[in-house]
Write a protein that binds this ligand. Structure first.
Ligand code: GDP
Length: 703
C-alpha cells in the first residue's frame, strides 16, 4: 500500500556553479528538514569533513546519489512528522563541474525540478549558464536561489539582472533582501508582504514581522510587478485582476506553480546558506512551486517488440518501468544501483527485465537513503527514487521493466572519452589496488574508461577532460588510498574511411594433418559521424556456414580497434560480408576470424583512411581590453570563432577548437588577460585532422 501520495513527492536537484554554495545549501536543507542533527561549517575548520568521515563510518550518506527528507511548509497549522501537508523531497546529487557532462545529464534526466544556486556577488557565472542550458534541454522546471547575500559585494538587483540577461527574462523575484553584506538580516516575502527573520543559533526560528518602512515602497512595486506576471498566466485571474478584485495568495501560488512547471516563469529567492538565512522559505518554495511526478508529461520510451514509441504515466497501476541512473560502490553493502521508478509498483524479490541488455534481474534488498540512515523498504511506487543491492548486469542508463510489458526508456547517450593519460601506481606493490580502484570508478562513471596498453603493459585512463581525470586520480587517492603517477594527457584520436572499397581476406594453411581455411570478401563504406559501426551479413546459400559469421565480425572488430594509420580505433563505418568460401574439414572460427581481420585491413587501406580529432565547444569571457589578443591566440590554435557578443561590460567568444591545441589553456588565458579571462569547454564532435597535422601524428612526431 502506498503511504505517501504521489502529489507529495518532489524529486529535485540542486545545481550550481562550483563554489556558489551547493554543498552548504544542501547541508542546511538536511539540517532544517530535521534529519541531520549537526550542522557542518566548511569554513569553521574541519567539522563538516569530520562529520562526513564519521557519518561514513556509521554508514551515513550525505553524499548519496539520492537523499530523502521531509518538509512541511512553514504556515501549515500542523507541522508534526506525518501530517497531511508534509512533502517528501528526494534530493538527487548533481555534480558541480561541467567536465562531468555525463553526470549532469543523467541526474537531470531523473529529476523533476531543480534549485539553481547563484553566488550573490558573482551573479551568473559561465558554468551556471552551461548547466542552465542543459536543464533547458531536459525541460527541467526550476527555482533560483541567490546565495551569499552576506558577502562583501553581494548585490541582489545585479544578480537578478544577470539572470534576466544571460539566462531567462522569465525569472521573477518572490523575495527582496533586507540589508546586504554584513547588514543582511532577512528577506521580504512579496506574496505575503511580510518580513522574515531567522533567529536562534542555527537560524531555526523563523520570525514573521512587518516590512521595514524604508523598504515598503520598493516591496509594493516589486509585488505589483510579480502579480502582473503571474495573472498574465491565467485568463480567469487576469480578468479578476483587471476588474480590481481581490486575488488570494493561494490563487497566485497555484498559478505560479503551473507556470513554473511549464517553464513559463522562474521564481527567484534570496538568502545566505552560511548564515542560516532564507533556507526554510526556499524549502517552502520547493513544495509550492516545483512539480510532483504527475505534474509532468508521461515518460516516453520504445516498445522493443514493435519499435514504436510508447508512454508510461506516473501511475502505480501502469506496468513497471524504471531507469538506473547511478551505480555507486558502498563500503558496507557493495554495489548500489540507484534507480527512479517512472510507473507501476514493485515488491522486493520480483524479477524485472533489463530491456537494455535483455537480461532478467531479481530485485533484492531495496533501500531509501536518508541523510543519517538507510531505510529498508518492501515495496516501491511510481515516483520513488531508491537504491537496490546486488544487480549484476545493470549499468547507468539501463531501463528496468515489467517483463510482460517491456519498454526501453529514452537512453542517456554518453559521449566517448576524448582524452587519455598513462597512469602507474607510486609504488609497484599498489598495482592490484590501483586496478581495483580504477575498475570501481569506471563502473560508476560511463564516460571514464580504463584500458591496458597491450604493447607496453601500462594502464591508460580516459575521460572527458583534464579536470575529469585529475579528479578521478584524486578520488583514487582519497577513497581507495592509492597514489598514482600520471603522464601527459593525450588526445583520443580516432580513424575512419572516406570511400567504399572491397577486399579479400584469406587464411589458408595446409601442412599435413588438419589445416586452416578461412576465406571472405568484405565491402566497407563510410558512415556519418557518430553513427558507429555496422556489420551487415549478405551471405546467401551457405557459402560460409552461419556458425563462422560471428567469428568474421569479431576479426573485423579487432582489426578496427587496432586502426590502420596510427593505431587509433576506427569508427563510423559499415562492413558488409558478401562472399567467401569454406572447407569441410579445415574451416574453423579462428581461421575465419583471421580472414576477417586481413580483409578489413586490406579494404581500409584502399578506402582513403583519415584521422579524426575531438573538437570542443569553447566559450571565453574576457574584458574588451584583451579581446584582440584572445581571438588571435584562438586562431593560432586552429580555433574557428563562431560568435562574439557583449555581455554587460564583457566580451563573450564562442568557438570550436581542436582539443589537441587546448592543453594548458587555463594558464595561457590567465597570462593573456592578466587573470581576468575565464572559459568553459565541452566536447562537441569529431572532425577530420588536417592533412599536414595528420601526417605528423602518423609519423609519431606529434602526440
Ligand atoms: P559548492 O562548491 O557549490 O558546493 O559550494 P560550497 O557550499 O562548498 O561553498 C563554497 C564556499 O562558499 C565555502 O567556503 C562556503 O563556506 C561558502 N559559502 C557558501 N554559502 C555561503 C553564504 O551564504 N555566504 C558566504 N559568505 N559564504 C558562503
Amino acid at each position: 500500500m502506498r503511504q505517501y501520495p504521489i502529489e507529495k513527492y518532489r524529486n529535485i536537484g540542486i545545481i550550481a556553479h562550483i563554489d556558489a554554495g551547493k554543498t552548504t545549501t544542501t547541508e542546511r536543507i538536511l539540517f532544517y528538514t530535521g534529519i541531520s542533527h549537526k550542522m557542518g561549517e566548511i569554513d569553521l575548520g574541519t567539522t563538516i569533513m569530520d562529520w562526513m568521515e564519521q557519518e561514513k563510518e556509521r554508514g551515513i550518506t550525505i553524499t548519496a546519489a539520492a537523499t530523502t527528507c521531509f518538509w512541511t511548509p512553514l504556515e501549515a497549522k500542523n507541522r508534526e512528522r506525518g501530517n497531511p501537508n508534509e512533502v517528501r523531497i528526494n534530493i538527487i546529487d548533481t555534480p558541480g563541474h561541467i567536465d562531468f557532462t555525463a553526470e549532469v545529464q543523467r541526474s537531470l534526466r531523473v529529476l523533476d525540478g531543480a534549485v539553481v544556486v547563484f553566488d550573490g556577488v558573482a551573479g551568473v557565472e559561465p558554468q551556471s549558464e552551461t548547466v542552465w542550458r542543459q536543464a533547458d534541454k531536459f525541460n527541467v522546471p526550476r527555482v533560483c536561489f541567490i546565495n551569499k547575500m552576506d558577502r562583501l559585494g553581494a548585490d541582489f538587483e545585479k544578480s537578478l539582472e544577470s539572470i534576466w540577461q544571460k539566462l531567462s527574462p522569465n525569472a521573477v523575484a518572490l523575495q527582496l533582501p533586507i540589508g546586504k553584506e554584513s547588514t543582511f538580516e532577512g528577506v521580504i516575502d512579496l506574496l505575503k508582504m511580510k518580513a522574515l527573520k531567522f533567529e536562534g543559533d542555527f537560524g531555526e526560528k523563523v520570525i514573521e514581522e512587518e516590512i521595514p518602512k524604508d523598504l515598503l515602497e520598493k516591496a509594493r512595486a516589486m509585488r505589483e510587478n510579480l502579480v502582473e506576471k503571474i495573472v498574465a498566466e491565467d485568463d480567469e485571474l487576469l480578468e479578476k485582476y483587471l476588474a480590481r478584485k481581490e486575488i488570494s495568495i493561494e490563487e497566485l501560488r497555484n498559478t505560479l506553480r503551473k507556470a513554473t512547471c511549464n517553464y513559463r516563469l522562474i521564481p527567484v529567492f534570496v538568502g545566505s546558506a552560511l548564515k542560516n538565512k532564507g533556507i526554510q522559505p526556499l524549502l517552502d518554495a520547493i513544495c509550492y512551486y516545483l512539480p510532483c511526478p504527475t505534474d509532468l508529461p508521461p515518460v516516453k520510451g520504445i516498445d522493443p517488440k514493435t519499435g514504436k514509441e510508447i508512454e508510461r504515466k506516473a501511475d502505480d497501476n501502469e506496468p513497471f518501468s524504471g531507469l538506473a541512473f547511478k551505480i555507486a560502490s558502498d563500503p558496507y553493502v557493495g554495489t548500489l544501483t540507484y534507480f527512479r521508478v517512472y510507473s507501476g509498483n514493485l515488491r522486493r524479490g520480483v524479477y524485472l527485465l533489463n530491456t537494455t541488455t535483455q537480461e532478467k534481474e531479481r530485485i533484492g534488498r531495496i533501500l531509501r537513503l536518508h541523510a543519517n540512515q538507510r531505510e529498508e523498504v518492501e515495496e516501491i511506487f511510481a515516483g520513488d527514487i531508491v537504491a537496490t543491492i546486488g544487480l549484476k548486469n545493470t549499468s547507468t542508463g539501463h531501463t528496468l521493466s515489467d517483463p510482460d510489458h517491456p519498454i526501453i526508456l529514452e537512453k542517456i547517450i554518453f559521449p566517448e572519452p576524448v582524452i587519455g593519460i598513462r597512469i602507474e601506481p607510486k609504488t609497484k606493490a599498489d598495482q592490484e589496488k590501483m586496478s581495483l580502484a580504477l575498475k570501481r570508478l569506471a563502473e560508476e562513471d560511463p564516460t571514464f574508461r580504463v584500458k591496458g596498453d597491450p604493447e607496453t603493459g601500462e594502464t591508460i585512463i580516459s575521460g572527458m577532460g583534464e579536470l575529469h581525470l585529475e579528479i578521478i586520480v584524486d578520488r583514487m587517492k582519497r577513497e581507495f588510498k592509492v597514489e598514482g603517477n600520471v603522464g601527459r594527457p593525450q588526445v583520443a584520436y580516432k580513424e575512419t574511411i572516406k570511400e567504399f572499397a572491397e577486399a579479400e581476406g584469406k587464411y589458408i594453411r595446409q601442412s599435413g594433418g588438419r589445416g586452416q581455411y578461412g576465406h571472405v570478401w568484405l565491402r566497407i563504406g563510410p558512415k556519418k559521424r557518430g553513427e558507429g559501426f555496422e556489420f551487415i551479413n549478405e551471405i546467401k546459400g551457405g557459402i560460409i556456414p552461419q556458425e563462422f559469421i560471428p567469428a568474421v565480425e569479431k576479426g573485423v572488430k579487432e582489426a578496427m580497434d587496432k586502426g590502420i594509420l596510427a593505431g587509433y580505433p576506427m569508427v563510423d563505418m559499415s562492413v558488409t560480408l558478401y562472399d567467401g568460401s569454406f572447407h569441410e574439414v579445415d574451416s574453423s572460427e579462428l581461421a575465419f576470424k583471421i580472414a576477417g581481420s586481413i580483409a578489413l585491413q586490406q579494404a581500409a587501406k584502399k578506402a582513403k583512411p583519415v584521422l579524426l580529432e575531438p573538437i570542443m565547444k569553447l566559450e571565453v569571457i574576457t574584458s574588451p581590453d584583451f579581446f584582440g589578443d584572445v581571438i588571435s591566440d584562438l586562431s593560432a590554435r586552429r580555433g574557428k570563432i563562431e560568435d562574439t557578443k557583449d555581455r554587460l561590460n564583457l566580451k563573450v567568444i564562442d568557438a570550436k577548437i581542436p582539443l589537441a591545441e587546448m592543453f594548458g589553456y587555463a594558464t595561457s588565458l590567465r597570462s593573456l588577460t592578466e587573470g581576468r579571462g575565464t572559459f568553459t569547454m565541452e566536447f562537441d564532435h569529431y572532425e577530420e585532422v588536417p592533412q599536414n597535422i595528420a601526417q605528423e601524428i602518423i609519423e609519431g612526431k606529434r602526440r
